[in-house]
Write a protein that binds this ligand. Structure first.
Ligand code: AP5
Ligand code: MG
Length: 389
């Protein structure tokens, strides 16, 4: 989730800049001012309580704000992120926002403050008042709103400054200039995030070599459980000795063991740009494990891709590999190959179906030259990477 709050005095351009943010970053928009005006238009109980306060330029009570905002947030738990305009406006509201974000297991990522000299606020709002129809766009009320802002709202900045998520932008520049500044803040924020790709495909589909290629190209950590297990066997570690027989028979290694190895890999999360998971998750249980492991380091799956190759070609490829020195212990005979394909069909296909519902799975054609398949993967990855990183 990307959660952003726009802050600033009346007339700073919060509403104006919200328009592009909602579309460009696919955010759910919450303007407490708009929500209150809607309550007033619908003549609800809350609206009636707020009406006179708004008309005089004062701040509506935190009790009223919590009611309208909680309803909106909890009704939209699946949002890609929230954009708050005109909230939080008091110290208490900053704590309320914390509480609401915790409820959704997320947090505010940045507070963008649009700075504007007082007189310019007045000029902009008087001009807007010629057409806005807002009861509070007249000089006396504008002055009152500004007073409330400097007395009660501006001190909230300190709260976010201490958290290190405050970004101050000169709001007196042109609308396009302000937009570019906001974009810079958000791209830096997105770059901090990990890009986590789950790569599926039947054995022999090329997911291993493609996964390694993508990992190198984008500075991602390649997490291939098969390779990690092989390493344990080759080094004859305690784990290696435990799993050698299971592994050679082409069966799945117990989750308790796989989890330990992945946890070790994920410890690198501060040093890498993300992870590519290949050969994991292989079962529904493992898909839940992966969610938990990623959550523990504050991240989640960014993209799921399946490399698609017809079964007959898979068997031909694996059979050909078994005659080279790249042979894997588990493709030494056709019956073992078929068993692995069957294992994938039974256990992993349900995982792909689950991801299809949750994230959408992108299927790419795995036939043809290596570089052609890579290019198909790159085209997909680059659709998501700029939004994540
Ligand atoms: P709210 O609706 O939030 O009003 P506000 O804070 O006074 O802010 P505005 O909507 O007036 O300004 P804006 O920053 O959105 O500017 P805009 O983009 O429109 O709140 C209204 C009332 O509700 C409050 O007074 C309070 O009573 C109550 N309330 C709301 N939330 C509350 C809360 N959380 N707690 C308690 N009470 C709450 O731009 C203004 C004008 O400038 C436009 O005409 C625009 O075209 C122009 N403009 C914008 N950017 C530029 C630019 N860069 N250059 C030139 N012109 C520009
Ligand atoms: Mg506004």
């Amino acid at each position: 989730m990307l959660n952003v709050a726009l802050f600033g005095p009346p007339g700073a351009g919060k509403g104006t800049q919200s328009e592009f943010l909602i579309n460009e970053y696919n955010l759910f928009y919450i303007s407490t001012g708009d929500l209150l005006r809607k309550e007033i238009a619908n003549q609800t109980n809350l609206g009636m309580q707020a009406r006179n306060i708004i008309a005089s330029g004062g701040l509506v009570s935190d009790e009223i704000i919590v009611q309208i905002i909680e309803k909106t947030i909890t009704n939209n738990p699946d949002a890609n992120g929230f954009l708050f305009d005109g909230f939080p406006r008091t110290y208490i509201q900053a704590y309320i926002l914390d509480g609401l974000m915790i409820k959704l297991n997320t947090s505010l990522n940045c507070l963008i403050s649009l700075e504007l000299p007082e007189e310019e606020s007045v000029q902009r709002l008087l001009k807007r008042g010629e057409t806005s129809g807002r009861s509070d766009d007249n000089e006396q009320v504008i002055r009152n709103r500004l007073k409330e802002y400097y007395d009660k709202t501006l001190p909230v900045l300190k709260f976010y400054q201490e958290r290190g998520i405050l970004h101050e932008i000169d709001g007196s520049k042109s609308i396009d200039d302000v937009k570019s500044q906001i974009r810079l803040v958000l791209s830096a924020e997105l770059r901090k995030r990990l890009f986590n790709l789950v790569l599926f495909g039947y054995p022999g589909s090329g997911r291993g070599s493609q996964g390694m290629y993508l990992a190198r190209k984008y500075g991602l950590e390649y997490v291939a459980t098969g390779k990690m297990l092989e390493h344990e066997i080759a080094e004859q570690t305690a784990i290696g000795k435990k799993i050698v027989d299971i592994y050679n028979s082409g069966k799945l290694v117990p989750d308790e063991i796989v989890v330990q190895l992945i946890e070790k890999k994920l410890e690198k999360h501060n040093a890498v740009k993300g992870f590519i998971f290949k050969g994991f998750p292989r079962t529904l249980v493992q898909s839940y494990i992966l969610d938990g492991l990623l959550k523990k380091i504050g991240t989640q799956i960014s993209q799921v891709i399946e490399i698609d190759v017809p079964t007959l070609e898979l068997i031909e490829r694996l059979d050909a590999r078994s005659k080279t020195d790249k042979r894997m212990p588990y493709d030494s005979s056709t019956s073992k190959i078929v068993k692995r394909l069957q294992e994938h069909e039974d256990k992993t296909v349900p995982v792909i179906e689950k991801y299809q519902q949750l994230h959408g799975v992108i299927k790419i054609d795995g036939q043809g030259a290596f570089k052609d398949v890579s290019q198909r993967l790159i085209d997909q990855v680059e659709n998501v990477i700029p939004n994540v990183r």
